[in-house]
Design a protein around this ligand. Sequence first.
Ligand code: ADP
Ligand code: 5GP
Length: 188
Amino acid sequence: MRGKIIIISAPSGCGKSTIINAILAKGELDLQFSISATNRPPRDGEKDGVNYYFLTEEEFRDEIGRDAFVEYEEVYPGRFYGTLKREIQRIVEAGHNVILDIDVKGGVNVKKLYGDEAMSIFVLPPSVEELRRRLEARGTETAEWIDKRVERAELEIGYAMKFDRQVVNDDLASAISEVEALMKGFVG
Ligand code: ADP
Ligand code: 5GP
C-alpha cells in the first residue's frame, strides 16, 4: 500500500523542525522525512542528504529544467527550496508515510496535488514577537535574515486557514502531542 503524505508548514522559527524531530525520534508512526533541495548554505551541524540536498543555484536550476520538482519556491530572495518528485516516490512507493516540512505556498500546492492522500497542518506561533525571540535565541541567522523571516511570517500566517488543521506552538510538549495525535488519526 502507498504511504500517505503529511505536510507541515509554519513561519520560520515557529518550532516545526523541533516538533517533527521529536515525533520522528519516537519512531511510532511509519514516517520518513522528505529531504528537500535548497541553495541556502548549510547551518552548523546540517548535513547534505540528511537535512537538505544542498545545491548551488545552477544545480537547482538544472533540476527545475529536468522537471524534477513536485513544487519549488523562492521562499526568500535568492533562496530556493523544492520538493523532489523522486524523494516522495521513493518513500510512498515503499509503503512509508512521508512528512514534508515546506513553506506555506508549497504546502497549499502539494495538498491540492495529492488531495485525500495528504493532510496539511499549519503550526502557528503564539505571537510574532515570540517568533522573533525564538529566531534570535536559535542564533542561526544574521539580524538581517531574522528581519526577512519575521517580515515573511506575517504574510505566511495569512495562509493558516488554507490548511486542514492548525496547531499553536505555545507549550512545546502540548504542541508535539497535538501534532502527533493528528498524524496518528490520519495514518491510522
Ligand atoms: P522552525 O523549524 O519552524 O524554523 P525550530 O524548530 O528551529 O523552528 O525552532 C526555533 C527555535 O525555537 C529553536 O531554538 C527551538 O528550540 C525553539 N522552540 C521551539 N518550540 C518552542 C516552544 N514551544 N517554546 C519555546 N521555544 C521553542
Ligand atoms: P530553513 O531555511 O529555515 O530550513 O527553511 C526556510 C523555509 O523553507 C521553511 O518555511 C521551510 O518549511 C521551507 N522549505 C523547506 N523545504 C521546502 C520545500 O521543499 N519546498 C518549499 N516550498 N519550502 C520548503
